[in-house]
Write a protein that binds this ligand. Structure first.
Ligand code: B12
Length: 208
């Protein structure tokens, strides 16, 4: 008989097939889909994120766990939508104009999803109009990623564009720093995916 801890551990270890089996077993045993997500899946991504921040897990482990999480989410997502689950908030994430790097952006997206947020993934090479389309779809917060020193400057235009709106803007990516975020007037910065979740928790709780 499987339980939520088995599911949590299988996600942390990145055991994709085991995650699929456990989610199906938990559903077949009559467990509520929200409980499966809240007690098994979200704690797993929070835990692997904490390990990553403490340098006890690295990008490959995070990617493998994220892949396992995605597999589980694939099963529960239609059921969650049908259950009328209330999301913690909606985030539109994208890599900025001119930039095609998306590994870090995808990690941040999956961690946010894993933490209980609705995530609209706008993809790469996103201009302001693309981020605006995320806001039109209901995003409360825009998350921008850049890996090139030549593209991070576009974040300034994005921050300025949303400055007088109620939409928050957070930024990240290897060349980005807290002082750059302060300089361009972004609402927040984090240097890793787990920090991104904490940042969003803070910013969206403040505006709620
Ligand atoms: C993989 C890679 C590529 C792949 C990208 C594949 C893909 N699908 O992403 C390919 C081969 C396509 C590529 C292309 C190029 N690349 Co490249 N690439 C890299 C490399 C090796 C790894 C980047 C990566 O994925 N890191 C792992 C992820 C997990 O880290 P991360 O993105 O930083 O994300 C973490 C945090 O930053 C944070 N984060 C990320 N986004 C966000 C967003 C928010 C809101 C928050 C809060 C946090 C956050 O959380 C993430 C998880 O912890 C880096 C070198 C390096 N060591 O960084 C070079 C690197 C970024 N590339 C570089 C260059 C120059 C290029 C090219 C211009 C090369 C060329 N001449 O064609 C092209 C540019 C193409 C384009 N227009 O974008 C340079 C950039 C130099 C600079 N200072 O600008 C680097 C640094 C390599 C180097 N040392 O020269 N690249």
């Amino acid at each position: 008989m499987s339980n939520f801890d088995d599911l949590k551990n299988a996600i942390i270890k990145g055991k994709r097939d085991e995650v699929i089996n456990l989610v199906n077993e938990l559903l077949a045993a009559g467990n509520d889909v929200n409980q499966i997500v809240d007690a098994g899946m979200i704690p797993a991504m929070r835990e692997i994120g904490e390990r990553f921040s403490r340098n006890e897990a690295y990008v490959p482990e995070l990617l493998i766990a994220a892949r396992a999480m995605q597999a589980g989410l694939g099963i529960v997502e239609p059921l969650l939508a049908a259950s009328g689950r209330k999301s913690l908030g909606k985030i539109a994430i994208g890599t900025v104009k001119g930039d095609l790097h998306d590994i870090g952006k995808n990690l941040v997206a999956i961690m946010l999803k894993g933490a209980g947020y609705d995530v609209i993934d706008l993809g790469v090479n996103c201009d302001i109009a693309k981020f605006e389309s995320g806001v039109e779809q209901g995003a409360d917060l825009i998350a921008c990623s850049a890996l090139l020193t030549t593209t991070m400057s576009y974040m300034k235009e994005i921050a300025e564009h949303f400055k007088n709106s109620k939409v928050k803007v957070i930024i990240g990516g290897a060349p980005v720093t807290q002082s750059f975020a302060d300089e361009i007037g972004a609402d927040g910065y984090s240097d890793d995916a787990n920090g991104a979740v904490k940042l969003v928790d803070l910013l969206l709780a403040k505006t709620a």
